[in-house]
Design a binder for this molecule. Structure first.
Ligand SMILES: [Zn+2]
Length: 119
């Protein structure tokens, strides 16, 4: 048990900090709680799909972003746009996308995709 204020550790049996008069918590909030991991879910070259996926995921309050989304440029994109979803929402996202029957999607975006392609 820890005091959330002074971060003192207490033995079992204590319920509040004797110094700060605050209730103890089982765990101190992690310093890295702010660091959110994103995982790639799919890749696509299809701009219409991206718009569609965005509208769906926005509606489902999924935390996501597209990486390498360059469809506004004249050159056709060499790399597909990668859908990155917050790690704890990947399963939910997969469930949502599964029902959409998006046949244009590259099912395994890890193949043929490099994180930092040489220029
Ligand atoms: Zn304390």
């Amino acid at each position: 048990m820890f005091c959330p204020k002074c971060k003192s550790e207490y033995r079992l049996g204590f319920t509040s900090c004797t110094d700060c008069n605050v209730d103890l918590v089982p765990k101190l909030p992690s310093e890295e709680a702010e660091f959110v991991k994103y995982q790639q879910v799919l890749a696509t070259h299809n701009a219409a799909d991206i718009c569609f996926i965005k509208s769906i995921l926005d509606g489902e309050k999924i935390d996501y972003f597209f990486k390498g989304e360059l469809f506004n440029q004249l050159e056709p994109p060499v790399q597909p746009a990668i859908l990155m979803v917050r790690q704890d929402q990947v399963d939910t996202t997969n469930d949502i996308l599964k029902d959409l029957n998006l046949t244009f999607l590259i099912s395994n975006p890890k193949i043929g995709y490099e994180e930092n392609p040489e220029t």
